[in-house]
Design a protein. Sequence first.
Length: 180
Amino acid sequence: MHFNKDGLLPPKDYPLTIEQLKESILVQGPGDGEPWDRDWRLHLVDNLEIMVKQLWKIGITEIFIDGSFVENKAHPNDIDGYFQCDIFDFISGDIQHNLNKIDKYKIWTWDSKSRRRCRNFTKKQLPMWHKYRVELYPEYNQNSGIKDEFGNKLKFPAAFRKTKDNFLPKGIVKIVKPKL
């Protein structure tokens, strides 16, 4: 795994366990002598691991991360991602309910009314971001709210595979369970 000339992972899915992610260029850095906040990135992955294990406990295994965390950026603000789920499990509230039974902070919600401001940030954030600095969104074939360079609404898989500013194709990480 390496960054291309644009500071992105070359376009494809990179399946990694959490342990492989911790040892990857995304946490350890590209080794080019440039500053890299390894400790912060490791902290983000430790928080991601908590949330991923909760998703695994309720049977969700298709989990993807992207955003500035998977780019050549020394200090990303957070980890963004999505998980694939059944639309009925999401709409019924079962996913949120089952995850909040596991998480002691009850951070699993995507209700816009739950968003709060954080000092030095303009965008209101979900409770999961405030606690873990990770935002994982359910994906059940709906639009992501992100548009492509032509103004077309994108679904999560497509939206996460291009940069938001100049629409360059990029790779993302698929979090996989370790083989026992």
